[in-house]
Design a binder for this molecule. Structure first.
Ligand code: SF4
Ligand code: SF4
Length: 430
């Protein structure tokens, strides 16, 4: 175990300036559920301070309050004196990981996540489960109903999986339709490749249709966000160096991703490597090129889709897009381009859906409570479709919709755009 003085710790100013005004309590999903100071941003700042100043022992209980944070960043946005409780919680997780590295994280974060091939092998049974029709049987025979609740909800998260990960299906280069106006590097995230292949294939089609030659490097690794969430900044920096070096080889104008979480992480590479003299400049150049797909499509002249989508559609803001990247107008603008589509705003659209990466697994009770609020809001819209640009949110929404018995399709906004293009002069159907 490292000596306390050797640890990478939050800066004093990042917590000392808290004036305890309590404004952040009003936007915190975990506080809203428990109304307990320790589950609030202000409480997490106070615990950080007391822990670092030695007034409280850094017990697992104290650190658990940092893992209980959903990292939605709503508090960061609102604080009048610039305190960032969400960032502090992450830094405290990182400090704990340096003090007492937990055994189970090593094989997961070092042995599995950074290796796309191993991830594909590990998820192979899930693909078999779906392709052999076992999933249909699971529902048809009512096995779902007798499963323990948490397992049932975790199963409910799964979208329809592709037979092969998209990494092996997408060509390394997809030519622009017509003249190439932009050379785009497409960062295909792990979850997109393994679970939402149809959506990322649609993203590439939409870009190609709009004058982009799209390069999708197969050798990219996980963006680093899961390791960040569990305090392994060493692994995040390793992933950053790897991915920067990969994209440098392809000389692209812009780096686009259709995963809100990946985009948020890639844009932070400049910050993560700012103290590394060999990589700081390269990371800055890399991060300055990163765009979420809705952000990029909003920056270029876009063909109006000729087809229609006759559906009532709402939109959920992923935290990593709305707060992590300040992207929220752009996906709504994309949806407004589609004729026939009736857009209805979701109440509390920018509140966390309860996913926060792995909270459905690690903090099941709170995750479900937060998700239930999202489902109340969704039901109130009477929408047939909910669009969102983050695979984690999509999976969480899928679970909530199944639990509630709603008939709502969950989809990436760019998928709807692609369907409207493909429908030509007709109407896209589900
Ligand atoms: S973190 Fe900011 S908003 Fe929250 S209590 Fe402290 S000063 Fe107020
Ligand atoms: S990031 Fe979200 S869950 Fe965490 S303290 Fe802030 S508002 Fe609460």
């Amino acid at each position: 175990m490292k000596n306390f003085d050797q640890l990478e710790k939050p800066e004093e100013t990042s917590y000392l300036n808290c004036i305890r005004c309590g404004l952040c309590l009003a936007v915190c999903p975990t506080y809203r559920e428990y109304l307990k100071e320790t589950a609030s941003p202000r409480g997490r700042v106070a615990l950080t301070r007391k822990g670092l100043e030695g007034e409280l022992e850094l017990t697992p209980n104290l650190v658990e309050q940092m893992y209980g944070c959903f990292a939605c960043m709503a508090c960061n946005d609102l604080c009048p004196v610039g305190i960032k409780p969400a960032d502090l919680a992450m830094e405290m997780r990182s400090m704990q990981e340096q003090r007492r590295p937990s055994g189970w994280k090593k094989p997961l974060f070092e042995g599995l996540l950074p290796h796309p091939g191993r991830m594909e092998t590990a998820t192979f049974p899930l693909r078999v489960y779906q392709t052999l029709g076992l999933r249909k049987l699971y529902y048809a025979l009512g096995i779902r109903k007798v499963m323990p609740k948490q397992l049932r909800d975790m199963e409910g998260m799964l979208p329809h999986l592709p037979q092969r990960p998209l990494r092996h299906v997408l060509p390394q280069t997809t030519a622009a339709k017509g003249v190439t106006k932009y050379r785009v590097g497409f960062f295909l995230g792990c979850v997109q490749s393994l679970m939402f292949a149809e959506e990322s294939a649609a993203s590439v089609r939409v870009m190609s249709r709009n004058g982009c030659t799209v390069v999708t490097p197969r050798e990219v690794k996980c963006c680093g966000m899961p390791a960040h969430g569990y305090g392994r900044m060493d692994l995040v920096r390793e992933a950053a160096r790897h991915n920067i070096a990969v994209f440098e080889k392809y000389n692209v104008d812009v780096i686009v991703t259709d995963c809100a979480t990946c985009g948020s992480s890639l844009k932070e590479y400049a910050k993560y490597l700012s103290d590394d003299p060999q990589w700081a400049k390269r990371a800055e150049t890399f991060s300055s090129k990163v765009r979420d797909i809705s952000e990029f499509l909003d920056e270029i002249p876009l063909e109006k889709p000729a087809g229609r989508i006759e559906a009532r559609v709402t939109y959920h803001d992923p935290c990593h897009l709305r707060r992590g990247q300040m992207v929220w107008k752009q996906p709504r603008k994309l949806l407004s381009m589609i004729d026939g589509l009736e857009f209805v705003e979701l109440p509390e659209a920018d509140w966390c859906c309860g996913s926060a990466g792995t909270q459905l697994i690690t903090h099941y009770k709170t995750s479900i409570k937060v998700m239930d609020k999202k489902m109340d809001n969704l039901a109130s819209t009477h929408a047939e479709v909910i669009a969102t640009g983050c695979p984690g949110c999509q999976m969480q929404l899928n679970t909530g919709i199944k639990r509630r018995g709603l008939k709502v399709r969950v989809v990436h906004p760019v998928m709807l755009l692609d369907e409207a293009y493909e429908a030509k002069h007709g109407t896209a159907t589900d």
